[in-house]
Every structure is written in structure tokens, then in C-alpha cells.
Design a protein around this ligand. Structure first.
Ligand code: ZN
Length: 587
């Protein structure tokens, strides 16, 4: 009765829309601190008095944004409002899932990744974030949004358009001011305005991006096609300290250890990744940039590793079945071929060759690589593997032989950070390492007859394995996430073996050392190197890399980002991983 009465009172008021928007916004804004009380309390404790004043000012600004947003929605005819309602429900559920998993709403960078990262990453991300409890959290917002549909529509198109100008200008300018002056993460008031803010943030970032061509290399001409092949394997989500090669107590990489005893593997220990997610790490790995964040757009301007390889006469191939870093190379290429790249192989190329990567997993790539090398030498190949991207259970065959450590997670089970949940998580992950990393090398090495090759292997980033209760696998700046492997595997007849023998013991490596390492392997003269790259592993000394830096967040520093350091010696426990519980084994 009361609801009906108040609804009538509102609709008969002089400014029904404004009043409804104000009431709905007040309700929406009041709900937030109830659900996320601890976030607000933590923030208030954190802020000094001046900060608290600023914060209140910002809260008021965002409250007005909610009012403006609701007012705009009320200007739509009912049918459109219903569509907006459905979209809003989706946005609220996604934002709250994000918050429950990562303790924050989406940022412009998250949105960028959601829009650019390939299909199954997106599905897996949504799956790993979804939780039935989220719908309970979303319910009050859904009810408020639903109430907005009930308000009758009395307007003409022209009038609506005129009335919408002011709120639209307010939303644009206030969000631009936030983009310029306020870190995205510092507060989130309401999932809907937060989403609008990150969407606009993403658009504003695009205005600043560099979209011109990459720098050219000095003119030079390779006399002939090299005989050796260089393969750069950038694996996915492989944590360095979970390899028995790096001292992990389970035999996750027995074949790699065998190669080491044969003098065919040079282990560089735990490496520090450039970033906590694929996009950042790949941007640095492919372009050799070495400062964080990339506010000079060097990752968009530097020549790529393919440019150097091409210059040295190698035939260049990019095998990308992980869809991690396609877009900037594609964008720069326009509709033409990607600069310095002879062949670009995606899932499609494997289908055409009748290799089913769903069943063979990454072993399909190892076999293709072998067959390429067995035909001839002189290849430079970069591979973005599928590796151990969550869900881990999908990364190795569902048979007894591959399920070495038990119990394991179900294929789509979300991460459970309890002791029992972690035991399954780590078992599943370790089975994945044994297959996607160790078996990958076993297949490649045993099927390759042309032994004049070298492989530089690393991973884009590691994984949390829920060690400190994290329900996310990576993306956040946790130090454990940048723990990755780095090693060289060479064929028995590799022509530059002498170079590998000269690696000094006791060096500490980071992703930033890999670029010049590849240039050295290709034999690129100093006169051709156009940027001051970090040292290659062949020139590193035990004095170098006392501090190894990495970043997370907005690559170009336009949105939220952090730059962190792994010191020497590292924090206790960094670079070390241990299995959980007793977990039965078939070995
Ligand atoms: Zn990744």
C-alpha cells in the first residue's frame, strides 16, 4: 500500500524523474557500505584527516553520478529501460563477482583485457569468478533497478534528448576529472557507476595511446639463412618453484632434470616475470622494453624480436594458441602482413594440419615444431603456449597415467582455499606441469632429428596456488605471481654451444634479460641494437639484478598500476613451493 502510495506521490510530483533518481540513488549508495563494510572501514582507517575530507568530496561526486545515471535511464521509454535493466543486472553480477574474488571492481585495464583476450580465457575468468552468493549481493540493486522500470513514461523523444544533455555532460566531465586525478582503485561506490567509470577510463586511455609505426632497425643484410634454429617458448601460468628442476620435492620435471645431467639444459633458476598477467609480460618480452610502467609507449614503438630475427636472416614464425598478445601487432599491421613475420600460426593452422590441440594439448605444438626443424634449420619461432591456464584439469589428459597426484579438482571447480581445497588445487596443477612442461620437452627432444637448435623457455607469470587464501590465480601484484622458470635447452649439435657454456653461475635473472639473450643467440651486432636493453644472461654478473622489478595494472601507467620489487635476498618463502597434505601418488 505504502509503496503504491509513494509511487503515486512521485509520479504526480513536479519533477518525478529527478526525485525518483535521487531516491533510487540514495538507496543504491546506502546498500554499498552494508555489504562492503570492511572495505569502507579499512579505507577510513587508512586516510588522514585531509584524505577523509577529499574522500567525502569524491563520494558526493560519485553519488551525483549515480543520480545522473538513474535520471538518464528514466528518460528512456519502458522497453528500452527493460533492456538497460537486463544489462545492469549483468554488470552488477560481474562487478560483484570481481569484488568477491579480487576485492575490487573492474578497472579500465580489466575491461581492456576482457575485450581483447581470447574467447576461452574470458569464459574461464567468468567461471572462476562466479559464485551463487553473488546473486544474493546483487538482489537489492536488481530491485532498485527494477523499480526504475515502473515509473511511467511521459515524454517526447525531443524533450528526452534535451533533458539528457546536462547529465551526459556531467557524467563525461566528472569521469574525465577522475581519470586525470584519482586512482581507479581508491574507491568504488556503486557497481553501475564503477562500470561506467572504467568503460570511460578505457576510452580516455585510448585517446592517449600511441598508434604509429614501430621504430626501424638500421639497414643491414644477412648474407645467408642461418643453420641453427632459435625457439622462444613463453609458457602460460607456469610457476617456477613448482618444477622439480628448481627443487620442488615432487618429480614434476624428471625429463628436464635428465637433460640437465646430460649438459643439454642450462637452468637459470627462479626468474622474475615482468608483469602479473600475460599482456604486460608479453609486451616486455616481445619488445625488450625495460622500464615500468611503459609511460613512453616503448612497447608500442620498439622494434620487436621478430624484426631482429628477420634482419639476421631467420625465417620467423609466431605460434600463438593462447591469444595473449595478438592485438598490438595486428593493429600495427593494419590489414597487411605483420612486420617481419613470415608465418603466424593460430589454432586454425593446427586444424588445417589435422592436429587436435584439445586432445594433444601442448604436445601437438611440440610435434609440429619437431617436424618444422626436421625439414630445415634457420627458424626463429616464438610460441605462446596454452600451458597451465586455469582450469588446470583441462590442461592434461583425463587418464590414469597423467593423473599422478590425487585427489584432483573437477574440470570446472572453483578455487577453494581451505586445506583440502588447496591439496586438490596443487595436485591438479602439478599433474599439469608434468604434462604441459615436462612431456612437452620429452616429445620435442625425442622427435627432433635436426639437433642444431636452442630453446629459451620461460612463463608469462606464475600462480598463487591459493597459498595465502587467494581465490584468484594471478592478475594481482602478489610477489608469488612473478615466480617463473627460465632455462635454455640446446640440441646435441647446437652450433653455438660455447656461448651457453660461458653463463656465469649464481646470476639472478628477470624477464628483462631475455631480449638481449635472444639477440646474442642470433648474433645481432651491437651496431644494430637500437635500444639500451637490459643485459643478456651471457653478460650478467653476480652483482647484477640485486633488485628485480615488475609491474601490475595499467601497462602505460594511465590507470591504476603498481611497480614492485623482488629484493636480494628475497622475502622468506619467495621462490619456494611445497605440496599440500599427503596426497596419494601412483608413482
Ligand atoms: Zn597468462
Amino acid at each position: 500500500m505504502i509503496a503504491k502510495y509513494s509511487l503515486r506521490a512521485i509520479t504526480q510530483a513536479t519533477y518525478p524523474r529527478a526525485i525518483t533518481a535521487l531516491l533510487a540513488a540514495t538507496l543504491a549508495v546506502l546498500i554499498d557500505p552494508i555489504f562492503r563494510f570492511s572495505d569502507y572501514r579499512a579505507l577510513l582507517h587508512l586516510l588522514p584527516v585531509a584524505g577523509a575530507m577529499k574522500f567525502s568530496g569524491l563520494l558526493t561526486l560519485v553519488f551525483l553520478q549515480v543520480v545522473a545515471l538513474f535520471y538518464l535511464i528514466l528518460l528512456f521509454p519502458r522497453i528500452l529501460r527493460t533492456a538497460v535493466f537486463l544489462l545492469s543486472v549483468f554488470v552488477v553480477v560481474v562487478e560483484l563477482s570481481y569484488w568477491r574474488t579480487l576485492s575490487q571492481f573492474m578497472t579500465g585495464t580489466d575491461l581492456f583485457l576482457a575485450l581483447t583476450v581470447g574467447g576461452d580465457h574470458r569464459m574461464e575468468a567468468v567461471e572462476s569468478f562466479l559464485n551463487p552468493l553473488t546473486f544474493l549481493y546483487a538482489l537489492p540493486y536488481i530491485l532498485i533497478m527494477f523499480a526504475l522500470i515502473l515509473v511511467p513514461f511521459r515524454s517526447t523523444f525531443r524533450k528526452s534528448l534535451a533533458l539528457s544533455i546536462l547529465p551526459v555532460i556531467f557524467l563525461l566531465t566528472s569521469n574525465y576529472a577522475l581519470f586525470l586525478h584519482v586512482p581507479e582503485r581508491s574507491f568504488h561506490l556503486n557497481p553501475l557507476t564503477s562500470f561506467l567509470r572504467s568503460t570511460l577510463h578505457y576510452e580516455f586511455e585510448n585517446l592517449y595511446e600511441y598508434s604509429g609505426p614501430r621504430d626501424d632497425l638500421p639497414p643491414a643484410h644477412a648474407s645467408e639463412r642461418p643453420r641453427d634454429s632459435i625457439i622462444y617458448v613463453i609458457d602460460e601460468s607456469v610457476r617456477g618453484s613448482n618444477l622439480s628442476l628448481n627443487g620442488y620435492p615432487r618429480a614434476t620435471t624428471p625429463f628436464l632434470q635428465y637433460l640437465e645431467t646430460q649438459g643439454l639444459l642450462k637452468n637459470l633458476g627462479i626468474c622474475v616475470a615482468a608483469g602479473s598477467f600475460s599482456y604486460i609480460s608479453n609486451a616486455y618480452l616481445i619488445t625488450g622494453h625495460n622500464a615500468f610502467p611503459d609511460d613512453a609507449f616503448r612497447t608500442d614503438r620498439n622494434p620487436t624480436i621478430f624484426d631482429y630475427a628477420k634482419k639476421m636472416g631467420y625465417e620467423t614464425i609466431y605460434i600463438d594458441i593462447n591469444q595473449g598478445y595478438l592485438s598490438p601487432l595486428m593493429k600495427a599491421a593494419g590489414n597487411g602482413p605483420v612486420r617481419s613475420l613470415d608465418r603466424w600460426m593460430t589454432d586454425q593452422a593446427f586444424k588445417e594440419r589435422h592436429v587436435d590441440l584439445d586432445t594433444t594439448k601442448d604436445l601437438g605444438i611440440a610435434r609440429l615444431l619437431s617436424s618444422l626443424l626436421n625439414e630445415r634449420g634457420g627458424y626463429f619461432v616464438v610460441i605462446n603456449k596454452k600451458g597451465l591456464h586455469f582450469h588446470y584439469r583441462n590442461r592434461y589428459p583425463d587418464d590414469m597415467a597423467s593423473t599422478i597426484w590425487r585427489p584432483v579438482m573437477e574440470a570446472s571447480e572453483p578455487i577453494d582455499p581451505s586445506a583440502a581445497g588447496r591439496e586438490k588445487l596443487v595436485n591438479t596443477y602439478d599433474n599439469g606441469i608434468r604434462f604441459q612442461v615436462d612431456e612437452f620437452f620429452r616429445v620435442f627432444v625425442s622427435e627432433t632429428t635436426n639437433q642444431n637448435y636452442v630453446i629459451l623457455y620461460t612463463s608469462d607469470h606464475g600462480q598463487t596456488l591459493a597459498e595465502h587464501g587467494q581465490v584468484y590465480t594471478h592478475m594481482k601484484p602478489d610477489k608469488v605471481i612473478v615466480d617463473v622458470p627460465d632455462f635454455l635447452v640446446s640440441g646435441e649439435r647446437y652450433s653455438k654451444k660455447g656461448l651457453l657454456a660461458g653463463i656465469p653461475p649464481g646470476i639472478r635473472v628477470s624477464h628483462l634479460n631475455n631480449f638481449a639473450t635472444l639477440l646474442d643467440l642470433m648474433g645481432v651486432p651491437i651496431s644494430l641494437r637500437v635500444r639500451p636493453y637490459d643485459k643478456s644472461i651471457f653478460s650478467l654478473t653476480v652483482e647484477d639484478n640485486r633488485a628485480r622489478f615488475y609491474m601490475s595494472g595499467s601497462l602505460h601507467g594511465l590507470g591504476d598500476y603498481v611497480v614492485k620489487v623482488i629484493p636480494t635476498p628475497p622475502d622468506a618463502g619467495w621462490g619456494v613451493s611445497r605440496p599440500v597434505g599427503n596426497g596419494s601418488t601412483s608413482e
